[in-house]
Design a protein around this ligand. Structure first.
Ligand code: GLA
Length: 374
């Protein structure tokens, strides 16, 4: 009896190992682009059953499943279950953003004496890399299995003058899911002509796991004493304003919804939060930048980054026109984005940390999302 029991245990262990290995990285076809290019989906799984699905179209996270305090594993990022919905217009769900996260005023900047004109796709401005940004191209993918993590390496060559930007830009983004429940996004780029680069990730989080609910009850902390006020085109005015005593103060825990409707000129311009916070601490140093907590599910997410800024966008433009895979539609404020990045419009604002990349230099930055429950 004793012996039988032991045998059973050993067998179960072996099966689990095989199962874990199989689950670690799983590739499938997600769909085909209009020109026939196959879009693949990779599923990364860690030993705690956290699962992240990434497609090669836009390097998009289509689903990120994490447990709640009862152990139920649910998706916490807004997305679709088919390529067509991604090919139709959508607000950058789960996407990698490049060459430039957020806006460049009038789609123009001057570098080393040359004026460059970019694609205009947001009023009179350039937003998130233009008409066909990094969110809308098919990346090359290579899975990497580590001992305590599993990763997907994505690469893309953005050609000289793509969307108006100078230089052939070689970009590598690695998503790494670790057994300590962190998802790291690391970005690298090199160029053969002086250019500007500002990459980020545009996942919309809703830690409730129930997309019929909005995100206003999430408790948010931002490690930022200042933010960048914007003009009516959502271009930073250049002012760096202290958050103290304003609806922009998330230096200690506050519900996202607490002051979102306050009578505040900046909130009116953004239709809610759609601003870049100036993160405390030294850029280039990995440090705590934000946390979000949903009390009902107990899910807690901490964000660490090397970036100097972070755009908090509260899904103000979601309007119920896009389908949730298992029923219903994505309504206003069903997701929030924490887009770690350099400041918007930096190529035109000399006081902001530079986004210029020269030949021979390596653009390199990292952001990590850590999941737990409490
Ligand atoms: C960013 C911008 C917003 C909006 C969203 C996506 O956060 O700042 O204005 O474009 O992306 O819709």
């Amino acid at each position: 009896m004793q012996c039988k029991e032991n045998k059973k245990e050993i067998l179960t262990e072996t099966q689990t190992t095989i199962l874990e290995k199989k689950l670690i990285i799983n590739k499938s076809e997600f769909g085909k682009m209009p020109d026939g290019t196959i879009v693949e989906q990779y599923k990364l799984t860690n030993k705690n059953s956290i699962e992240v699905d990434i497609i090669t179209y836009g390097g998009r996270i289509t689903s990120l499943k994490v447990p709640n305090k009862r152990g139920d594993i649910e998706n916490v990022v807004l997305g679709f279950d088919n390529l067509n919905d991604y090919l139709n217009e959508n607000p950058y769900f789960g996407a990698l953003i490049g060459r430039y996260g957020n806006r460049i005023a009038n789609g123009k900047f001057t570098l080393e004496g040359n004026e460059y004109t970019l694609a205009i796709n947001n009023g009179s401005n350039h937003l998130h890399g233009g008409l066909v940004g990094f969110d809308s191209v098919v990346w090359d993918a290579e899975p990497i299995e580590g001992t305590d993590n599993t990763a997907l390496k994505l690469t893309y060559l953005s050609k000289d003058r793509e969307e108006g930007y100078p230089g052939n830009l070689k970009v590598t983004v690695i998503y790494t899911l670790s057994n300590d429940n962190t998802l790291e996004v690391s970005y690298k780029a090199t160029t053969n002509k002086t250019t500007v680069v500002n990459l980020t990730q545009h996942a919309y989080f809703n830690l409730t796991g129930d997309f019929s609910k909005d995100i206003l009850n999430h408790d948010l902390v931002l490690n930022a004493d200042a933010f960048l006020p914007v003009d009516s085109g959502l271009i930073p005015t250049g002012e760096i304003r202290n958050v103290k005593g304003s609806p922009f103060d998330f230096t200690s825990v506050k519900k996202i919804g607490k002051e979102i409707e306050a009578d505040n000129e900046q909130l009116k311009l953004g239709g809610g939060y759609d601003h870049c916070w100036v993160l405390n601490g030294k850029k280039g140093n990995m440090r705590f930048v934000a946390s979000a907590y949903d009390e009902t599910s107990g899910r807690f997410m901490e964000v660490f980054s090397e970036e100097p800024g972070m755009q908090l966008y509260t899904g103000n433009f979601l309007d119920g026109s896009l389908p949730i895979p298992n029923g219903g539609t994505y309504n206003k404020r069903t997701g929030f984005c924490l887009e770690t990045q350099h400041y918007p419009d930096s190529p035109n604002q000399k006081e902001f940390p530079t986004t210029t990349l020269k030949p021979g230099e390596i653009y390199s930055t990292k952001t990590t999302y850590k999941f737990s429950t409490k």
